[in-house]
Design a protein around this ligand. Structure first.
Ligand code: ATP
Length: 207
C-alpha cells in the first residue's frame, strides 16, 4: 500500500507521518531526501556544483545552501535549472526507497509537501491523504512553536495552493484544526481506514 501524504505548511504533516511510523508504516520523507541528494556523495551534488561553480561549495566540502539560495532567489533560469537537477534525483530516491519497503510488504507513506494532481500517477499512489488546518491555526503554530516571523509564515501559506484545491486531491482528509488529543483521534481514524484499504487490496490480490 503506497500512500501520499500532503498538507500546507504548518498543517501537521510531520506530526501525522511520525504517528503513522509509530503504528508501523514506513515513511519516505521528501524534505529529508531533498537535503540528502545535495550532500557530498548525494545524487545531485556533482551536477549542482558543475552548474553553479565552486562558489557554492562550503569550506567543509558540503554545499553552501545559502550561496545557492542567493543565486536562485533572483534568477528564475537558475532556479529552474536547480529544480531540473534536483527534482528527478529526489523522485528517483523516493521511488527506490518506496519500492524497497513495498517489496518487504510494508505500508509506505510518501511525505510530499508539494503533492499535485500529477503525483498520484507519477508515484503510482494507492491513496492520497491531506492534513488540513485553517490558515490562522497553521500560522499560529508556525509562529508559536516553530519560531517563524508572522509575515513570513503568512507569505509562505499564501504562496501555496489553497486548502480547497489541496483537499480536492484527497481520498482522506485529516482534520488538524483541533488540539493534539483531537489529532490523535483523527490519526486513529486514518489508521483504521488505511488498515481497511490494505485488507481490501489483499483480498483483491488473492482472487
Ligand atoms: P512544514 O510544512 O513546515 O513541514 P508540517 O506540516 O510538517 O510543517 P508540523 O511540523 O507537523 O507541520 O506541525 C507544525 C507545528 O505545530 C509543530 O510544532 C507541531 O508540533 C505543532 N502541532 C501539530 N499539530 C498540532 C495540534 N493539533 N495541536 C498543537 N500543535 C500542533
Amino acid at each position: 500500500m503506497l500512500i501520499g501524504l500532503t498538507g500546507g505548511i504548518g498543517s501537521g504533516k510531520t506530526t501525522v507521518s511520525s504517528e503513522l511510523a509509530a503504528r508501523g508504516a514506513v515513511v519516505v520523507d521528501a524534505d529529508l531526501i531533498a537535503r540528502q541528494v545535495v550532500e557530498p556523495g548525494g545524487r545531485a551534488f556533482d551536477a549542482v556544483v558543475e552548474r553553479f561553480g565552486q562558489g557554492v561549495v562550503a569550506p567543509d566540502g558540503g554545499l553552501d545552501r545559502g550561496a545557492v539560495a542567493k543565486i536562485v532567489f533572483s534568477d528564475e533560469d537558475a532556479r529552474a535549472s536547480l529544480n531540473a537537477i534536483t527534482h528527478p534525483a529526489i523522485r528517483q530516491v523516493m521511488a527506490e526507497q518506496a519500492a524497497q519497503a513495498l517489496g518487504r510488504g510494508d505500508t509506505v507513506v510518501l511525505d510530499i509537501p508539494l503533492l499535485d494532481s500529477s503525483a498520484r500517477a507519477r508515484f503510482g499512489l494507492d491513496a492520497v491523504v491531506v492534513v488540513d488546518a485553517p490558515v490562522e491555526v497553521a500560522v499560529a503554530r508556525l509562529v508559536g512553536q516553530r519560531g517563524f516571523d508572522e509575515a513570513d509564515a503568512r507569505a509562505r501559506v499564501a504562496a501555496q495552493i489553497t486548502r480547497q484545491e489541496r483537499c480536492s486531491l484527497a481520498d482522506f482528509v485529516v482534520d488538524n484544526g483541533g488540539n493534539r488529543e483531537q489529532l490523535g483521534e483523527e490519526i486513529d481514524r486514518l489508521w483504521s481506514w488505511i488498515v481497511g484499504l490494505v485488507s481490501q487490496k489483499g483480498d483483491r490480490g488473492s482472487v
